[in-house]
Design a protein around this ligand. Structure first.
Ligand code: PLP
Length: 393
């Protein structure tokens, strides 16, 4: 028995362990400290009432002989696939029913899609990066190259024609930087992918946070995307499904490749995955009803108000930042030239606020810091007040 030796090439990810360790150390010395946590990327508001009602109804159906359901249909249930198809038509995107695959979240599909590709492919990711793109490819032994995201490109790197890549990960709106590609910028990536016979794996997990009309909700709003983009989306941040688990992946039938990627993905899924629970698919369907949309929009608006509180708080402190407008993340430049961890320690010790040091997401994150808008209005406001006092004092 031989192990997959690629696992030994994975870098240890100490980021959240280090954060927890420093926090534990501080609270053991200051047990009464009122710590405000703005580091986690998890939602805090509960599921929308329409979603909960749908889950309850579905659970009742599962408890009756006449309405009980066993194994799930291939890609997902008709009612959910049609709801997603209809949601995309709201962006002017017409998807074929068989191009939509219901999943248990974006993370699994982002990893699983790699089953379709040879290990001899060059993978391009941006730096800073959502670490899943890197680790899943390290596990498979693929060559990874980085596109620098930095202040000079607004944390939105554009294609470099002198670099060749086969698989390109784009996360827009971005975790961790909150930056989002405009239609024109995304079109450049699509042109580059087509010129190189490359494929873009587009992570749209934060699509629902977009407010800027120039930022597309789906890559398929752009001509040519159907030939070179697989899109991953999730209800985790859109509708508070981080613990409920449901997402969807779009694999166009028109992708240009040596084989039929849509058919390969269907075969992969029907072989290694047995679908998302009926109760959860009914809950997901409810997200797309007018009532569900109204309710989830209220929750998103709440988080967006937090982002606005963060942005005005940072403005008051004269701190430069990115994101926030189309995303629940604010990516700030540590004031006074502080390093990410130096700022983390000061913020924890002097303001009792916890965020995420940028260098945990890659070398270009050094000197930057991520705050999230998933807290309450009160705590977000208080955190900004404490930051102001810390810097002034
Ligand atoms: N993609 C990005 C960029 C994320 O930040 C996250 C979660 O934090 C995910 C995907 C995972 O989403 P899911 O909960 O659907 O697996």
């Amino acid at each position: 028995m031989k192990l997959n030796s690629n696992y030994s090439n994975l870098k240890k990810n100490y980021l959240f362990i280090d954060i927890a360790h420093r926090l534990r150390e501080y609270t053991s010395l200051h047990p009464d400290a009122d710590i405000i946590k703005m580091g986690i990327g998890d939602v805090t508001l509960p599921l929308a009432p329409a979603v909960v009602e749908a889950m309850k109804r579905a659970a009742d159906e599962m408890g009756k002989k006449e309405t009980f359901r066993g194994y799930v249909d291939d890609n997902g249930y008709d009612f959910l696939i049609n709801a997603i198809k209809n949601y995309y038509s709201g962006f002017g995107v017409d998807l074929d029913y068989w191009e939509i695959f219901v999943s248990d979240g974006a993370k699994s599909d982002l990893g699983n899609i790699l089953d379709l590709f040879d290990s001899d492919n060059t993978v391009l990711v941006t730096d800073p990066v959502y670490p899943v793109y890197v680790d899943t490819n390290v596990m498979a032994g693929r060559r990874i190259i980085y596109a620098d995201a930095n202040e000079s490109n607004g944390f939105l790197p554009m294609p470099d024609r002198s670099v060749r890549a086969d698989l390109i990960y784009l996360c827009t709106p971005n975790n961790p930087t909150g930056a989002a590609y405009t239609r024109a910028q995304l079109r450049e990536w699509i042109d580059y992918a087509k010129e190189n016979n490359a494929l873009i794996l587009l992570d749209a997990a934060y699509e629902a946070f977009i407010t800027d009309p120039d930022v597309p909700h789906s890559a398929y709003e752009i001509e040519g995307a159907r030939e070179c983009v697989i899109e991953f989306c999730s209800l985790s941040k859109t509708a508070g499904f981080t613990g409920t688990r449901c997402g969807y992946t779009i694999v166009p039938k028109t992708l240009k490749a040596d084989g039929d990627l849509n058919a390969m993905w269907l075969r992969r899924q029907t072989t290694k995955f047995n679908g998302v629970a009926y109760v959860v698919q009914r809950a997901a369907e409810a997200v797309f009803t007018p009532e569900g949309q109204k309710q989830i929009r209220e929750n998103i608006a709440y988080y967006q108000q937090n982002a606005a509180i963060l942005m005005s708080g940072l403005d008051r402190c004269n701190i430069k930042y990115f994101g926030g407008k189309n995303s629940p993340y604010i990516w700030l430049k540590c004031p006074g030239g502080m390093g990410s961890w130096e700022f983390f320690d000061r913020l924890l010790n002097e303001a009792n606020v916890v965020g995420t040091p940028g260098e945990g997401f890659g070398k270009n994150g050094a000197g930057y810091f991520r705050l999230t808008s998933f807290s309450t209005h009160e705590k977000t406001t208080e955190a900004m007040e404490r930051l102001y006092r810390m810097l002034k004092g």
